[in-house]
Every structure is written in structure tokens, then in C-alpha cells.
Write a protein of this length. Sequence first.
Length: 479
Amino acid sequence: MGAVSDIAVTYTPDQFTKPRYTSVADLRLEERGIKYVRVQHLDYGNVVRFRVVPVGYFKRICKNARPGLNFTPLALAFVGIQFAGGFAPARMADCLQAIDLSSFRVCTYAPGHAVVMTWFQEKVPSLNGELAIPLCPRTILQNVTDKAREKAGLSFLVGFESEFLLLKKSWPPELVNEAGWGASAGYMTGAIESSVLDEIVDCVEEAGIEVHFIHAEAIPGQYELVTGPMSPLDAADALVFTRETIYNVANKHGLRATFAPQLFSNIGSGAHMHLSLYSSAPAASPDTRSDAGLAPKLTPTERSFLQTLVEHLPSLSAITLPTPASYKRVEDGIFSGGTYACWGWHNKDAPVRLCGENNPNQFEVKTIDGTSNPYLVSAGILAAGLEGVLSGAELKTGNCTKPAAQMSEDEKKAVGLENPRRYPRTVSDARQMLDKDQYLKEALGTEFVDTYLKVNKLLEEYMTQPTEEATVKRLIETF
């Protein structure tokens, strides 16, 4: 993604700048056979929630100056059938669930249905003239990308990997096959899973999302679907749609898909994020910064971004790894990113893996899973790296060529890992780290972080059941 070489496909941000739809007429609802529109948001617990609006009423709504539905910010904070309290009094009032027409997609997996994502907005402007509600996940991400563009001349391309399991609808959970990584046995003609996978790819591509590939992953019944790069907000929207497609197509064929990070005592499922940076400022030539030798292939801007990204990743774990099961997946030596805050070229056991060719380089963040909200994940990761760009931070650590847990003390010292930051080992510890990270609280919004931490605590309680069997069942039912 974003690479320029003889063996890579080239992408640039200007390919993804224009909204596809700006008015209800652009949607061609009748021509497309749309009868229902899902007015949708993604809550803090990564649950898709929507109301189905018949197309006639949807068109009437869209005649308003600000199309949307009456709503409440409290909808962000439900876990199961419980509500995480602690909202400020101002957030108890109704708000507008504002329709973002540019996010419109036909639900290719549900005939007659389409979907739009939404913004949480005030019904009337606040005293400072603002409409945006700072708790809205899409708004938080948009604010970070706007700040990057305005203050640093930066834009980004983002893409995601979706790892998931296909299970039979039986109990205890039974995988659809025993195939391993890339094995043809995982994609046999006539097998129900092959029909499911083909239909998933068709539905995702018909919705305007580029699919790079799909294949059997490392454990039986596991698959990975990789989609192409987009702007950060569009990429998060596309990931939500992709996950919904996978769930729905599997269900249509009598299977169950799950993005649970760890169900069995082997390798789990992740949701790795790939990103590239694009700067409007010309690169300094020659590169005279003292950290150039630590990562000579990176530009000064990329090194600054990498430095503070790595610094803040452990604190971001409450967002990127939000459930107890998340910490069973992330271990050293199993290609999940490991527990050391570090980076490495083509190192699959570093939380930040650099890959691709130069101009620009590609960052793969591995310590993310499918229980996380991609708007909040993207906002946190981009905000973390942006701190370094704005402050001119110099890179302090070098390339880890093997898992940090397997490095000797001399090897760690050689790359600046004498006192490495470690990832938290529980989601409770992760919440404490995020709460203490003053930069992230300011960058993402103190009100948001405080609210999110309350929701995440309730989520931990909800996902922790009396027995392992009950915990696995809840994981499958929720994610």
C-alpha cells in the first residue's frame, strides 16, 4: 500500500479525496432497488447499531437542511443491555444523529437495503458555534486527520486486515475445516466455506471496497481478508461494512463468523492496520538529523511519527486491545506483535512492522484485534504519531531484527531497548495506562477518554463469565 516500486501497486491520497454522494438524488435509490436504509453507528464496545428507515421517509428526512434522526449520545455506551453511567449532564439530552450521505453504500449482502454512517451532533450550536459532539467516534477521527493536515501538512492512507473464524452453528464451537495457512484444503470447490468466501469478496467489491486477497490463515477454520487503502475515515467505514458483510454472508449459509481475538489455546485473530504518511512539505536534503542512522530508509517525518507512535502504543492498548481475550492473543514469539514497544523492518513479532518499499514507507500496527472500534483505533494511532511530527521528535530506538523477547541484553542495548516499555498484560492495566497518558487524553479529548474508560470497564465485566465455556460463548455471540 502506498509503495512505489517495480513490484508494488501505487496509491496516493488524491485518489480518495472526493465524496461519492452529496445529495439524496445522487444515491439513485429507486434505480438500485433500495427499500430500506440502515442509519447506523458503531458504539464504544464495537457493536454496530442501526435503525431501519423505509426509503420514502428517508428521502423526506434528506430534504432537511441537516438530515438525521433524533438520538442520544448514551447510545455509545451500551454494553449488552446495560448502560455505562458517568455521562456529563449535558450529554443526557437528545442530539441529532446526522446522516453522512458520503458514506452511503448498498448492502450487497442484504437485498433492498442500504446503509449510511452518522455523526453525533448537537441539535443547535453550542455557545462557541460548534455542532460536533466530542464523544462521536467518527468526529474524533476526523478531528485528528484535520489537525494533521492543517498543522503538519500530513495526509494518510489506511488499510486493514480482517482475520476471522468460520464456525458451524453447533455447540461446543466447531471449526469448518482443519486447513492451515494458505492450504487449498481451506478453499475446496463444493465446500460451504468456499461459497461463503466467494460471496464475501463479491459483496465487498460490489460495494466499492477493493479486496487485495483472501486466504486460509494459520489455524483451522481461520481466514484473512485484506482490503485496499483509503483515507482514514473511509477506511474505518469500509472495515465496519466488511465485518458486517462477513457476519451476514456466513449467517446466510448457516455458519457463524467471529472476530474474537482468542477462542482456543493457539494463535488468535487480529485486525492489523497498515498506514502510509504523505507530507506536503519537501523533504530536507541532505538528511542531517542525528537519528538518520537508526532508520536510513525513513524520512525525518516518518521517524518522528514512529518515535511517538511506539511510545504511546502501550497506553493505546485499552482502545486497540479492549477485551480480556485480547491479552491472550498478544504474546511474544507468535507473530502477534509481542509485548515490547518497539519496531522492526519485516519483523512480524514487533508491534510496528515496517514493510513495503520507499516513498512512502508502510507502517503495519499489529497489536489490534477485531473487538476494537476502528474509528477510535485509527484516531489513537494517528494522534500518537502526530505528536512526534509536530514536536520534531527524534527516533530513539533502532531496527529490531528478531523478537525483542529473544534478544540478549547486548542486542537490546544496541537498538536502544535497555529499558523498553512493555504492553500491559490485562485490560484493567491498559485502562490505567491510558488514564495516565496526558497527551492522548488531550489529543482524543478528556471527556471521551473518561467516558470510554467507564464503558470499557463495564465491557470487561460483561465479557468475563463464571466459566470458560460461558466466556467463549459470549465472545462468539458479541464479536
